[in-house]
Design a protein around this ligand. Structure first.
Ligand SMILES: Cc1cc2nc3c(=O)[nH]c(=O)nc-3n(C[C@H](O)[C@H](O)[C@H](O)COP(=O)(O)OP(=O)(O)OC[C@H]3O[C@@H](n4cnc5c(N)ncnc54)[C@H](O)[C@@H]3O)c2cc1C
Length: 437
């Protein structure tokens, strides 16, 4: 029987045959079949990265165990369906920590590897891939492959940020770090523009354990991007404030088609958000709760309604930053797009293959599904091609193969290495078809 699979941002959907294997026997049987398949973790990619028309969709949900935990060597071996929030809860209890945490706790380890995700610490610790010791890959034509920097190194490299197209990731071994405190102090610093936000973050970068911002991109002129920079510090001996019990995000089956966000409501929503944190700029939270700032705030996604939303993420290289910010401000004003969320993170390191990494400032924009958003994002594509840096393929359901090929210097290398390894296209997704790899 076919059932609907949607992207998290709700802008793409397909009818597919879904499988929820609960045993390795069942899983291996599915992987052996001649049909192309896709692998699905928690389904929290904004674009349709885990399903495609005519392709069987295999869930990792039942494979969520910790297989081995070596506290002495600070290594943990897990199954791909383990949620990142569960991973940190387990390691925290032993005084350890995993340093790269995307914004939501139910994102799976398999999804983190396949998208090489980043957290609020990227400038200090890099992306997820840099903390993967080894992994086990299952492929119908190649069997079981143990991959690391010393074994099948080329395939290991291709799988880290390989969009789940090199095979089924059956096990992942992660390197852990000592936990640096029993709670986290979060301080909100007011910033008066996007340039001010970057300057404030640069000033705080070496003094904080995690850093990100919230920016209002709907403000015109010199105050474009005014908002708050959040600096987080591990602390000892301070009691975290009590947190409400949180549930995992489930979007209801039915949502109103219209979004609650508009040019009329956004200024009010942004004002309420900003004033709330300016009135109480310092908070002490639990280490796990503070790690996932979106948990507990799922209403933000529900208010988009049934049509969903789009996100643009661009790592702007430092030499282009000033002009890129000016051009971004002009583009928002010219298209009159209503931005529902603006945010910055600092990035450091080098960029390779189709991974969302490299040196610069990561600018994130969310916007409702609207012609003005389409016009703005098309202008942003041109800005990225002109000014350099890369875009986040995992976040944008609209990016074309042409833009991806022009933005990523190693696009052709990724494509040919993937096709050499898997000439029969055993793994396929809507994302793969759209970006033509
Ligand atoms: C609220 C929210 C906040 C987020 N915050 C961040 C953030 O801060 N930083 C960031 O980088 N991303 C962030 N993301 C994006 C998210 O981390 C990635 O899209 C991630 O890949 C989602 O993982 P998932 O478990 O939902 O996997 P899915 O969306 O189901 O799949 C993602 C990809 O992983 C592949 N995959 C999953 N399991 C396996 C496996 N076992 N073997 C092979 N391939 C597999 C799938 O085929 C697919 O290509 C956020 C998403 C949400 C919804």
């Amino acid at each position: 029987m076919l059932s609907e699979v949607r992207s998290f941002a709700r802008t793409e959907s397909v009818q597919v045959r879904r499988h929820e294997p609960a045993s390795y026997g069942h899983l291996l049987g599915l992987l052996r079949s001649d049909k192309a398949r896709s692998i699905r973790g928690a389904g929290l990619s904004y674009c349709l990265a885990s399903a495609a028309d005519g392709v069987d969709c295999i869930s990792t949900g039942a494979f969520n165990r910790v297989l081995e935990f070596d506290r002495e060597r600070r290594l943990i071996r897990v199954e791909p369906g383990l949620a990142i929030g569960d991973l940190v809860s387990v390691v925290c209890a032993s005084g350890l920590w995993f340093p790269v945490l995307p914004g939501y706790p139910s994102i799976t380890i398999g999804g983190c590897v396949a998208m090489n995700v980043h957290g609020k610490t990227q400038h200090n610790v890099g992306n997820f891939a840099e903390h993967v010791e080894s992994l086990v890959l299952l492929h119908p034509d190649h069997g079981e492959l143990h991959c690391s920097t010393t074994s099948h190194a080329d395939l290991f490299d291709l799988t880290l940020g390989g969009f789940g197209l090199t095979g089924y990731i059956a096990e992942v071994t992660l390197r852990l770090q000592p936990l640096a405190g029993t709670a986290v102090r979060r301080v909100a610093h007011r910033v008066r523009s996007l340039d001010d936000a970057v300057a404030t973050m640069d000033d705080l970068a070496t003094k904080t354990d995690a850093l990100y911002s919230w920016n209002d991109f709907n403000r015109p002129g010199a105050s474009f991007g005014a908002g708050l920079v959040y600096a987080e510090y591990f602390v000892d001996g301070e009691e975290p404030e009590p947190e409400p019990a949180r549930s995992m995000p489930t979007l209801p089956g039915w949502l109103p088609r219209r979004s609650a966000y508009s040019a009329v409501t956004m200024p009010l929503i942004n004002r309420v958000y900003e004033v709330r944190d300016r009135l109480r700029p310092t908070r002490i939270g639990g280490v796990v709760q503070t790690a996932f700032p979106i948990a507990g705030n799922e209403i933000y996604f529900h208010l988009y309604g049934g049509r969903g939303f789009y996100e643009y993420q661009w790592i702007v290289p430092r030499p282009s930053l000033a002009v890129a910010i000016a051009r971004l401000r002009e583009a928002v004003a010219a298209t009159r797009a209503t931005i529902t969320l603006g945010s910055l993170k600092l990035f450091a390191g080098s960029q390779s293959l189709l991974r969302f990494d490299g040196d610069g400032v990561c600018i994130t924009l969310d916007a409702v599904d609207h012609p003005a958003t389409a016009a703005l994002f098309a202008r942003l594509d041109r800005l990225v091609i002109e000014h350099g840096g890369v875009v986040n393929i995992a976040k944008d359901s609209r990016l074309s193969a042409d833009v991806v090929a022009r933005v990523f210097p190693e696009y052709r290398d990724f494509r040919s290495r993937l096709r050499d390894f898997d000439p029969h296209r055993r793994f396929d997704t809507s994302l793969r078809r759209r970006i033509d790899v």
